[in-house]
Design a protein around this ligand. Sequence first.
Ligand code: SF4
Length: 118
Amino acid sequence: MEQIITCINCPVGCRMTVQISDNGSFLSVSGNTCPRGAKYAQQECTIPKRMITAVIPVRGSSVPLSVKTAEPVPKKLIPEIMSELAEVTVMLPVHSGDTIIPDVLDSGVDIIATRSLP
Ligand code: SF4
């Protein structure tokens, strides 16, 4: 099976052709200009991952806190992580980079603050 995907690692946006076996295994990729594209293609066709960004409420503040995953997480976990984030309220002060939820859903990835609130 052949799949056409676009690399999202830089603005060039190389269109790549990925060969996938009948059982869904990655076989090869062409069309990438650099090794980052090949790595992305393999990941996208096996365990696609994305960064998550969100805002959560802060107790005693009308300004919400922006947060993100410290690294990309498997796409299939996004709905569950968003549900987890919907249950969280943080206390002041918060510093940019603080861990808000460690190892969210046992993914090995932390949810971290992306701004400071005094
Ligand atoms: S393959 Fe390399 S050059 Fe092409 S979009 Fe991806 S990162 Fe950019």
